[in-house]
Design a protein around this ligand. Structure first.
Ligand SMILES: [Zn+2]
Length: 201
């Protein structure tokens, strides 16, 4: 069994995602790359986060997408697998359905770097991945393309995905993205937003 501590961190992150209002019910999903093998741990499909036990977490092989565990992995395991394969620098992923950032995803409107917190959390403007049906390879491929080398992406008519070195970092980026989305929408009402440049510029 992969480290019980790592499984518990996945569960804690999923519960925090729910508590912070970044998703409802069993929506969204959380994963972490295994430090010692070519696999990742992910939340199972359609089980309430509140009652998850370490043994409920599913292990997915990065090479062939096969999985082991008592349950099926989240329907979005292709999404997580494709991101880990494309981005060796990523160790943790949180996919959520927060209401405000999702409004930008519905409008197919990227989030520019509008406040300092954005420049620390994201490498550049957060782009919108083209629509793909939930659980599809098309969604996974569109997401990897729009994410590029950034740390977050909006998923058209669906939600968001944030990555990080650690689960806490990926989750915090989800919070920053949703709060910045509110600020951005309000700034559009107040006038014309003035955007910041990436820190790397
Ligand atoms: Zn989703």
């Amino acid at each position: 069994m992969q480290s019980e501590a790592l499984r518990n961190r996945v569960i804690e992150t999923a519960r925090s995602m729910l508590r912070l209002g970044l998703t409802v019910g069993t929506g969204g999903n959380v994963s972490v790359r295994c430090p010692s093998c070519n696999k990742f741990l992910i939340t199972p499909s359609s089980l309430p986060y509140e009652t998850l036990m370490p043994e409920d977490i599913v292990i997915v092989d990065l090479l062939d997408g096969t999985y082991e565990g008592c349950h099926a992995p989240s329907i979005e395991f292709h999404l997580h697998r494709n991101v880990y394969v494309a981005r060796p620098d990523v160790s943790a992923i949180v996919h959520a359905h927060p209401p405000i950032a999702s409004a930008l995803a519905v409008a197919h409107k990227p989030l520019p770097l509008i406040i300092d917190a954005c420049t620390f959390a994201f490498k550049d403007e957060v782009k919108v991945a083209e629509y793909g049906k939930p659980g599809s390879l098309e969604l996974a491929e569109n997401t990897v393309r729009a994410l590029g080398d950034n740390t977050a992406v909006l998923l058209a008519n669906h939600g968001i995905l944030c990555v990080g070195d650690r689960l806490e970092e990926a989750l915090e980026r989800c919070e920053v993205l949703d709060k910045a989305a509110l600020t951005y929408i309000l700034s559009l009402i107040a006038g014309t937003p003035v955007c910041l440049k990436p820190l790397s510029d």
